[in-house]
Design a protein around this ligand. Sequence first.
Ligand code: FAD
Length: 457
Amino acid sequence: MTRLPEGCVSPGALVTDPDIVATYAVDSSYGAEPAPDVTLVRAAGIDDVIAVMREAQAHGIPVVPQGARTALTGASCAVAGGIILNVEDLQGIDIDPVEGHAWVGPGVVTADLKAAVAEVGFHYPPDPASADTCTIGGNVATNAGGLCCVKYGVTADYVSALEVVLPGGEVMRTGKRTAKGVAGLDLTGLFVGSEGTLGVITRALVRLQPAPDPALTALATFDSLDDAVSGILAVRADRHRPSLLEFLDRASIAAIAAVGDYGFPDGCEAALLVQSDRPGHTAEDVERYAGALAAAGATEIAVAENRSEGDLLMQGRRMLNYALERKGPRLGEDACVPIQRLAEFVRIGQQIAAQTGVEITLSGHGGDGNLHPSLFFDGTPGDTHRVEHALDLVLRAALDLGGTITGEHGVGLQKRHHLTWELGEAEIRRQLALKAVFDPLGIMNPGKVYDLGALRH
Ligand SMILES: Cc1cc2nc3c(=O)[nH]c(=O)nc-3n(C[C@H](O)[C@H](O)[C@H](O)COP(=O)(O)OP(=O)(O)OC[C@H]3O[C@@H](n4cnc5c(N)ncnc54)[C@H](O)[C@@H]3O)c2cc1C
């Protein structure tokens, strides 16, 4: 049943085909199931967003803002009886080369923005591994990270201003259009990473950087986990930060090696990939990083002399997702620890695997201390419970080491109770009070991020 009156949105925006609606009702999270009684609007422009937000507020209907549905947490899954407000068709890239920024529609695919600004000599650094499909609106709403954060930071570091439609249909503008500006509270920062719980982002002003050089790569392998982490610390301490510093643990290397020969020696304990994109200095940087990795105890090091050799070295890392998919159903997770505790985190993860019988790989953005543990289901009775228990232990370990339950994927549906572990009830209540300023009826993405049922009354 549609929850919107006839003619409320532009012709064609209201999608009624049940198969299409069911497709849009789930995101990329493991085990996502379509909720019942869902209305799908594919907004053709901001007027559709305003109309939906007006109706939703008037009748207390839940709204789930949605981009490309690549969320791995259930954040963009439909809510029963609610409206999915998909904004992929809100396009547009308007580059101001003098200010070095661009207004971007929320539906613009991240890779398309990167390509468009590169054509005029700029660089938009955030680069989630899903960049070929995910959208700028989704990236802002999840504060997406990616492979180059070690040098360039996360999406939040590039968002200057937003246009947002609030429940009730008010169009709000946050932030500043100038290079500097400190007037008032940072409401832009509040919306970045809010996972659709405050309003619908309809435009974002993003900062651009001068274009870097094509990156050069080195690959180092280690017989010892501690040596690999020493290598990460050594490279991070360099005056010129690498633009990428990725870590693979023993189990991830074994998974990649099962797909093909990507140059990892048999039985190695860990591997690091490091890149420089510093204009005019990539070769000297990568040589210097290789020296630091050798001093840290790397057993083998390969340094690319040109881009195509670098691509070959990166191939193993690029195969990781496929290699893990191939192993079978899994929870693809996300946690971040202080960098000097990374070796402990990996070791504890290995112990949890041995203790629970759940196979776990730990790899990812080592230069940020941000790993993506994968926890595999084995199809035996009770494996769901075992995997969830193992995940609880992994996330508890991340917190005990001074880390966080999510470095970049967000909370969504799947980590609501872990968020309470991390923030505590008093902080959750403060955040809910802030949410109520923008969303007094609680219609924005209800049930996501905050576990209201778990709060004491
Ligand atoms: C293969 C793969 C690799 C990935 N790699 C990375 C990675 O390296 N780094 C990383 O950070 N993430 C990664 N992700 C997760 C995901 O791609 C990111 O979270 C991405 O930012 C989501 O963008 P999206 O357009 O798909 O948003 P969706 O999944 O549609 O939505 C995500 C959240 O944002 C909200 N939202 C979307 N659009 C808007 C809007 N216009 N206004 C308000 N709220 C909105 C939704 O309500 C939801 O809460 C990966 C996912 C996959 C499948």
